[in-house]
Design a binder for this molecule. Structure first.
Ligand code: 1GP
Length: 263
C-alpha cells in the first residue's frame, strides 16, 4: 500500500495544475526569531506564496522549531510543511512533512535511518507524509556537507535524471533538486529539463540560490513545478513585494511539458 495523497499534497498539485507552478517560502527557525518568522510568513502569504516550509540544516529543532510552527500557523492560512534534516526536525502542529530520502547521500543516516526514527513521530503528530526524493547538486552548501552527499556535477544532468527516475520508481511522488541554501546559482536549466523529462506527472521541486523573478521564471519554463526560496526572503526587507514579483513571474509561465494530471 502506498502513502495516499493527502490534503497538503493535493493543494500543491491543484496550484501547479491551475497556475503552472507553485511557490514555497522556506523559513529557518535557526536564523531568525519566532516573531520574525511569523511576520515573514504572513508577508509571503500576502505576496501569493502557496505554502510555508519550516526547517534547516543546523539548529532547527526542539522548542524553537515547535514555537516557530505554532506562531506561523497562528498568522497564516496556508499549509505549513516541515523540511527536516533529521528526525529531530519533526514537531507537532504542522500540516505535513516532506518525508525525504537524500538519494545521493553516502550515509544510511540520511537515506533511511532518520526516516525510520522519525516515522513513528510523523504518525503520532498527525503530520501528512509527502514522499520525496531529495537530490543535492553542486555546490550543495551546508546541507550537502551535513547530508554527506555525493554532489551531482552541474554538467551532468543525466546523473540527476537517473536519481530522479530511481526515486519515482521507488514511489516518491515528488523529487527535490537542491543546489544548497544560498548557492551562487540555482540548479542548471538543462538539468531541470532532463529531470522533468523523466518525472512526467511526479512533481519537480527546485531550490537553492533562487534570487530573482527572472531566474524563477526560467526554472519553471525549464520544467520546475514548485520553487523554494529561503535566503532571498529572509534577506529582503519587503517580503510581500519580493514574493509577489516572484509568484507573478512563475504563474502561467510554464512550458509545453507542464500539463499536470493526478498521480
Ligand atoms: C534550501 O533550497 C532551499 O534548502 C532554499 O535555498 O536559501 O538559497 O533560497 P535558498
Amino acid at each position: 500500500m502506498s502513502v495516499k495523497v493527502g490534503l497538503v499534497e493535493m493543494h500543491l498539485r491543484q496550484v501547479v495544475a491551475s497556475e503552472g507552478a507553485a511557490h514555497l517560502t522556506l523559513l529557518d527557525p535557526a536564523s531568525q526569531t519566532v516573531q520574525e518568522a511569523a511576520e515573514k510568513a504572513e508577508a509571503a502569504m500576502q505576496g501569493g506564496t502557496d505554502a510555508i516550509m519550516v526547517g534547516g540544516s543546523v539548529g532547527a529543532t526542539g522548542s524553537v522549531l515547535e514555537e516557530t510552527v505554532r506562531a506561523i500557523k497562528a498568522r497564516v492560512d496556508l499549509p505549513v510543511i516541515l523540511f527536516p534534516s533529521s528526525a529531530a526536525g519533526l514537531c507537532p502542529g504542522a500540516d505535513g512533512v516532506f518525508f525525504m530520502s537524500l538519494l545521493n547521500s553516502r550515509s544510511s543516516s540520511y537515506l533511511i535511518d532518520n526516516q525510520a526514527l522519525g516515522a513513528p513521530l510523523v504518525l503520532r503528530y498527525g503530520l501528512e507524509p509527502i514522499p520525496m526524493g531529495y537530490v543535492i547538486v553542486e555546490p550543495g552548501g551546508t546541507v550537502g556537507w551535513v547530508g554527506d552527499a555525493r554532489l551531482i556535477p552541474r554538467r551532468k544532468p543525466e546523473i540527476a535524471a537517473a536519481y530522479a527516475l530511481a526515486g519515482k520508481f521507488l514511489g516518491m511522488r515528488l523529487v527535490y533538486l537542491e543546489a544548497g541554501s544560498g548557492a551562487d546559482q540555482p540548479v542548471p536549466l538543462p538539468m531541470v529539463s532532463a529531470v522533468k523529462g523523466v518525472l512526467g506527472d511526479s512533481l519537480l521541486v527546485v531550490g537553492g540560490g533562487i534570487k530573482s523573478s527572472q531566474a524563477a521564471s526560467d526554472l519553471v519554463k525549464a520544467g520546475a513545478d514548485l520553487l523554494v526560496t529561503g535566503t532571498a526572503v529572509e534577506r529582503t526587507a519587503d517580503v510581500a513585494s519580493f514574493v509577489s514579483g516572484l509568484t507573478s513571474a512563475i504563474k502561467g509561465s510554464g512550458g509545453p511539458g507542464k500539463v499536470q494530471r493526478p498521480p
